[in-house]
Design a protein around this ligand. Structure first.
Ligand code: ADP
Length: 166
């Protein structure tokens, strides 16, 4: 049987419990997941690519079926180079749909061997995004229920202490 490798691409600026949930659930479906941080997301990012990778690494711990990487250029080319044919993406609100639909169709047009598979967010994370977490942290609000401790620490280094969740 072929091994099923999925590439989970994104900015992960920073990783949240929403991302980690997709990774854990993805590992139930695929033999291996490659989390691929987009190098083109460096501009306007809060954290460097290395910081983002380090936070993901610390949050997931030792998981031999998970690999962390970065990519540049066309995502589908990267997916093929990793001997995968699946792009894994998370879907939250309907607002994600239009953008994801467009990108998935474009990717399939460029490389028809590669399919985009979507995993619905788990209920508690439906509203959770890296941008919202950054905004809450910058306003010193509680982030404990959104991000793992390593990310909270990194956010507090940038913005100062946050409140604890009530
Ligand atoms: P991008 O800039 O590529 O959207 P993100 O880091 O924001 O990168 O997201 C990476 C992937 O994770 C996307 O597929 C996104 O929909 C998914 N994702 C982000 N937050 C959540 C969440 N709370 N629940 C489920 N999926 C999520």
């Amino acid at each position: 049987m072929p091994s099923h490798v999925a590439v989970y691409p994104g900015s992960f600026d920073p990783v949240t419990y929403g991302h980690l949930d997709i990774i854990q659930r993805g590992l139930q479906v695929f033999d291996k997941i490659v989390v691929a941080v987009a190098r083109n997301s460096e501009k306007n990012a809060l954290f460097t690519i290395d910081e983002r990778l380090e936070m993901i690494r610390e949050a997931v711990g030792n998981e031999p079926r998970l690999e962390l990487d970065t990519f540049d250029g066309l995502l589908v080319d990267y997916v093929v180079s990793r001997e995968s044919r699946v792009i894994l993406r998370g879907l939250r609100a309907v607002s994600d749909f239009e953008y994801e639909f467009q990108i998935a169709q474009m990717n399939h047009t460029v490389q028809e061997k590669v399919e985009t598979l979507f995993m619905m967010t788990s209920v508690p994370y439906g509203y959770l995004s890296s941008s919202i977490v950054k905004e809450v942290a910058s306003l010193k609000g509680p982030v404990d229920s959104f991000v793992p401790p390593v990310v909270k620490k990194a956010l507090e280094k940038k913005f100062g202490p946050t409140k604890s969740s009530p």
